[in-house]
Design a protein around this ligand. Structure first.
Ligand SMILES: [Zn+2]
Length: 450
C-alpha cells in the first residue's frame, strides 16, 4: 500500500464499515434441515480499542433491507434463496393502508376489554354516552389502529372516569439496553415457547447489541432512529417485549417475546398491530415484519397483514403480495417475477431449462465447501462479476487502522478475480451482495472473516 494513503480511522467518520465473513450454512429453524439455511454474512458493528465503534448507518442498513438483508445483533446476513431449503421473502406494508381483519380487530378489542374491565367500560359508557347515530358511524368507520392500541394504556385513559381500570397497562419505547428483567423474560420465552436454553451472553449478542452508528439519533423529520426495545408492562411487570429497528421511513420488527401467562391474548397479533400503529403514528412509511416463509406453516400468519408487498429476490422491485403470488409459491418455492420475465423472453430451451432449475431446491444436504462463494454457488440476487470488475478497484478498504482504496493493495493488478481465496474475489462478494451503488459509499475491512 502506498505510504501517502496512511490515515487514521478517525477519518472513517459517519461512513459504514463492513467486515465480510463469507458464505455460511446453518441448521434451518423453519424445517430443521441440519445445514439447509445458506446465507452470506458480514459483521456490521465492531468495537476496536484503537478506533472506537465501527458500524453501519441506519440509512445504509435500510438500503440492505431493500436487497433482502436482515440482522441478528451486530451480524447482517443475506439468505441465498436459491440454495436454502426454506425461502426467506422480504415483505413490508405501508402503515397508512393497513386494514385490520376481523381476527386482528378481535384480538385488540379483547385485550382492551381485559385491561379496562367491565366496570370501567360501563362507567365510561355512562360518562360519555354515544348516540345511536355515532354508534352506527363508528361501526362503519375503518378500524383506527392507533386509537385502538392506545385505548387500554394508562397514559391515554380519560381522566374523568373516577374508576380505576382492572389492570394498569403501559407500553414504553426505550433504548435497546440490557436489564435483568428483560433477560428473565427472554429466558422464560426461550424455555416455554422454543424449548431452548437461553444464555445471558446470547441475549446481549442477539437482542441488545446493534450495529448502528450513531447508536441513537433523530432524522430530519424528528423521528427516532436506532435500535429500540418496546416494553409492555402490566401492573409494572414486564410481560412482553419487541426488539425494533427504527430506520429512515420504516419500522423493522427484529424479534418479539412474551410471557406465556398471557398466551391466550394472541400477543403475536397484538404486537404486529402495535408496531404498524407505531409506524403510522410517528410517520414511518413502512412496516417490515421480517421474512415470510411460505414453506413453514407457522410463519404463514404474516400474509394476514394486508395489503402487503414482497421483494423480487433478483432485481429488488416490489410486487403486490396477494393470494396470486402466494399460490405460485405452492409450486415454485423460488419465484422471481423479473427472472421469469427475462428468461421467458429469451425463450431458448437453455434459458427455460435454467428457469426450471431455479424452481427446484438445490441439494439440501450439501454443505458449503471450504471456499464456496456467492459466485461459485450461484447465489440469488447478486451482481455479476463482469459488472463488478470495472468498479472494484475503487472500493475503499480499511487495512488495520488505515484507509486505502483496493487498487493500492500489493499485486492487485495481477490478482485473478475468479479465484475464491483472493482478496479481490472477497471484495467482489461484498459488492455483489450489497450492490454497486451502496458499495461506492461503504468501507470494507477484511480483518475479520474466514
Ligand atoms: Zn428449511
Amino acid at each position: 500500500m502506498a505510504e501517502s494513503e496512511h490515515s487514521p480511522t478517525g477519518n472513517v467518520g459517519k461512513t459504514t464499515v463492513l467486515f465480510p465473513y463469507g458464505c455460511n450454512d446453518n441448521s434451518c429453524g423453519y424445517c430443521n434441515v441440519p445445514i439447509g439455511n445458506k446465507s452470506y454474512m458480514m459483521m456490521a458493528g465492531v468495537d476496536r480499542p484503537a478506533d472506537g465503534f465501527l458500524g453501519i448507518t441506519p440509512n445504509d442498513y435500510k438500503s440492505l433491507l431493500d436487497r433482502g438483508w436482515r440482522r441478528s445483533g451486530n451480524i447482517i446476513y443475506k439468505p441465498d434463496m436459491r440454495g436454502s431449503c426454506c425461502q426467506e421473502y422480504t415483505i413490508r406494508l405501508k402503515s397508512s393502508t393497513f386494514k385490520a381483519n376481523s381476527k386482528q380487530r378481535k384480538a385488540v378489542n379483547a385485550w382492551s376489554n381485559y385491561i379496562l374491565g367491565i366496570d370501567y367500560k360501563r362507567e365510561q359508557a355512562r360518562k360519555y354516552p354515544i348516540t345511536r347515530q355515532e354508534k352506527r358511524e363508528k361501526r362503519l368507520a375503518s378500524f383506527d389502529i392507533v386509537g385502538k392500541v392506545h385505548e387500554p394504556e394508562l397514559d391515554f385513559l380519560k381522566a374523568k372516569n373516577p374508576l380505576e381500570p382492572a389492570h394498569k397497562f403501559r407500553v414504553v419505547l426505550e433504548n435497546g439496553i440490557f436489564t435483568e428483567e428483560k433477560y428473565a423474560l427472554f429466558e422464560h420465552y426461550q424455555k416455554q415457547v422454543h424449548n431452548d436454553v437461553a444464555t445471558e451472553s446470547g441475549f446481549k449478542r442477539f437482542l441488545c447489541a446493534n450495529p448502528f452508528k450513531p447508536p441513537y439519533s433523530v432524522d430530519s423529520k424528528g423521528r427516532k432512529i436506532g435500535a429500540y426495545h418496546q416494553c409492555y408492562y402490566l401492573n409494572d411487570r414486564l410481560i412482553a417485549m419487541a426488539v425494533l429497528d427504527l430506520l429512515p421511513d420504516c419500522v423493522s420488527g427484529v424479534y418479539f417475546m412474551y410471557h406465556t401467562d398471557f398466551s391466550q391474548w394472541s400477543f403475536g397479533k397484538l404486537s404486529a398491530i402495535r408496531e404498524i400503529a407505531l409506524a403510522e403514528e410517528l410517520g414511518y412509511e413502512y412496516y417490515y415484519m421480517g421474512y415470510y416463509i411460505h414453506s413453514c406453516p407457522k410463519m404463514r400468519y404474516k400474509c394476514e397483514y394486508q395489503p402487503a408487498q414482497v421483494l423480487d429476490p433478483e432485481c429488488y422491485d416490489w410486487h403486490t403480495f396477494d393470494n396470486a403470488f402466494r399460490s405460485i409459491l405452492d409450486s415454485r418455492p423460488y419465484y422471481s417475477p423479473s427472472l421469469e420475465r427475462i428468461l421467458t423472453a429469451e425463450g431458448s430451451s437453455t434459458s427455460m431449462a435454467l428457469l426450471d432449475t431455479y424452481y427446484v431446491k438445490k441439494q439440501q444436504d450439501s454443505k458449503f465447501a471450504a471456499y464456496e462463494t456467492v459466485f461459485t454457488t450461484d447465489m440469488s440476487g447478486v451482481v455479476k462479476l463482469e459488472d463488478i470488475e470495472p468498479v472494484i478497484s475503487d472500493t475503499r478498504i480499511l487495512v488495520g487502522s488505515r484507509l486505502a482504496v483496493a487498487e493500492m493493495l500489493l499485486h492487485w493488478e495481477d490478482m485473478d478475480i475468479n479465484v475464491p481465496v483472493n482478496v479481490k474475489h472477497k471484495i467482489a462478494e461484498v459488492i455483489a451482495t450489497i450492490g454497486i451503488e451502496l458499495a461506492s459509499r461503504v468501507i470494507v475491512c477484511l480483518a475479520l472473516g474466514k
